[in-house]
Design a protein around this ligand. Structure first.
Ligand code: HEM
Length: 430
């Protein structure tokens, strides 16, 4: 889900807040380990971190934070970065101490109040209405059993057989199409679904209040609102089995349907797309893994989990402390923003042996790529199947697929990380 981190960026450091007491003490205990220099003085690691560094290559920064400053105030982001597994798990286990209803919230402003901007018990009710269609026993189950592989094959049919970018030409239409079918919006076309996703995401990233972006988002919201309203109206006479029909029939108000479908469209397309791109790219660069999976195809499920763990397409969950508290020995003030860094927890040395290595026989337990707490991904079952079956169909169609050496694959992003493009060559294009 490509969303909550955006909330944080619009918020500055809590008024007058300077975590100096703990930092001074911390710096004394780590004398000799100079973290950085600013205006001639020692600064913490957090103070030296820029968002650009994190977006380019977060892992070395996060590794250092885990080792030396696991709860770190980062002025450039206006929040605490929490990087060890146990501390991230503690945030996730205590929604009463770390609320998702942050103030202010760009997520709520852009999409309207939704499941990701509230806490239990309100959240519990919404989850009970919104989740069933995304589980194996609901609409997603039927879709995955009977429709997902044919959908992937149809998207592949559209590719002309020469080299292509598997992100733009395959993973993106497949992810947009899958969510459109499950929601019951597929008759609008996958391109429209993608356009809605882009419009909503642009609004979510509109930190500068650009009027052009806001106007485009308003247009998308109006168009999508009309499409949902039509669908809702038709479900009163006819249950088409779609997720939207389920929401209405199970007590969601019209506003809840609209806001949460917006949330699903803005978050439930980019992540499976990045997952498909990442797993395919790993297979294209690791002949040993490709060989292992061709020998035993059931290993693909484990590969998908390991790729989610090592690359964590959703990097963070952002919350706000509801009271003065202590986390990992550091005092956090009421109202501070706290970012639990999932991608760091997923590489935390205290939980994983040789954390950066993809191992198909790991036994350390579940990872945190879909989060750990009450806001754990609502679409995770569907998302996993999209990634696994999407990659399987790709390599079934093109068993000799190779990376195009004339294009470098670049991963980008901190809150949301994936390849911008993955150019590949099919057998016929070599
Ligand atoms: C396959 C890749 C996906 C990944 C890695 C992923 C990851 C995540 C994460 C980490 C969260 C927690 C966010 C937070 O607490 O701030 C989340 C929440 C959510 N995700 Fe996903 N997601 C994926 C796919 C999907 C799909 C396909 C949908 C389709 C509807 C979806 C819908 C949601 C929703 C609605 C939430 C909010 C749940 C709540 O607040 O209770 N996600 N996702």
């Amino acid at each position: 889900m490509r969303l909550l981190g955006f909330q944080a960026r619009m918020q500055s450091s809590p008024a007058g807040y300077a975590p100096s007491g703990e930092v001074d003490e911390y710096l004394l205990t780590t004398e000799g380990d100079v973290k950085g220099w600013r205006d001639g003085g020692i600064v913490s690691i957090g103070e030296s971190i820029t968002l650009a560094d994190l977006e380019r290559n977060p892992d070395p920064v996060l590794q250092r934070l885990r080792a030396e400053e696991p709860i770190s105030w980062v002025p450039a982001m206006g929040m605490w970065l929490v990087t060890r597994w146990d501390d991230v798990a503690r945030i996730e286990a205590n929604p009463d101490l770390f609320t998702a209803a942050t103030q202010p919230s760009l997520l709520a402003r852009a999409l309207g109040p939704n499941i990701l901007t509230c806490d239990p018990p309100h959240h519990t009710r919404l989850q009970s209405i919104l989740q069933p269609p995304f589980q194996s026993g609901g609409r997603s189950g039927d879709f995955v059993t009977g429709e997902l592989a044919p959908l992937a094959d149809r998207v592949l049919d559209e590719i002309d057989g020469d080299g292509f970018d598997l992100m733009a030409d395959y993973a993106q239409p497949l992810s947009a199409g899958a969510l459109a079918v499950v929601l019951g919006l597929d008759h609008h076309g996958f391109d429209t679904m993608w356009r809605w996703c882009e419009g909503l995401c642009a609004d979510l990233a509109n930190f500068e209040n650009d009027p052009g972006l806001a106007a485009r988002a308003a247009e998308v919201k109006a168009e999508l609102g009309e499409a949902i309203a039509d669908h809702v109206a038709s479900t009163t006479t006819h249950d088409d089995g779609s997720a939207i029909s389920w929401f209405v029939r199970n007590g969601a108000t019209p506003e809840e349907v609209v806001n949460n479908v917006r949330l699903m469209i803005s978050g439930g397309i980019n992540e499976p797309r990045d997952g498909i791109g990442l797993v395919a790219w790993v297979l294209l660069t690791r002949p040993d893994l490709r060989q292992s999976i061709s020998e035993r195809p059931s290993r693909m499920r484990r590969l998908v989990e390991e790729v989610f763990r090592v690359y964590s397409p959703v990097g963070t969950v952002t919350r706000q402390s509801t009271t003065d508290l202590e986390l990992g020995g550091v005092a956090i003030a009421k109202g501070d923003l706290v970012s639990g860094v999932l991608r760091s927890a997923n590489l935390c040395e205290s939980r994983w042996a040789d954390p950066a290595e993809i191992r198909l026989d790991r036994r350390e337990g579940p990872h945190a790529a879909f989060a750990l707490g009450v806001h754990r991904c609502l679409g995770e079952w569907l998302g996993r199947q999209e990634v696994r079956i999407g990659v399987e169909r790709l390599f079934h169609r093109y068993p000799d697929l190779e990376l195009d050496p004339s294009h470098e694959v670049v991963l980008h992003g901190f809150e949301f990380r994936g390849p911008r493009a993955v150019h590949v060559l099919t057998d016929s294009s070599r």
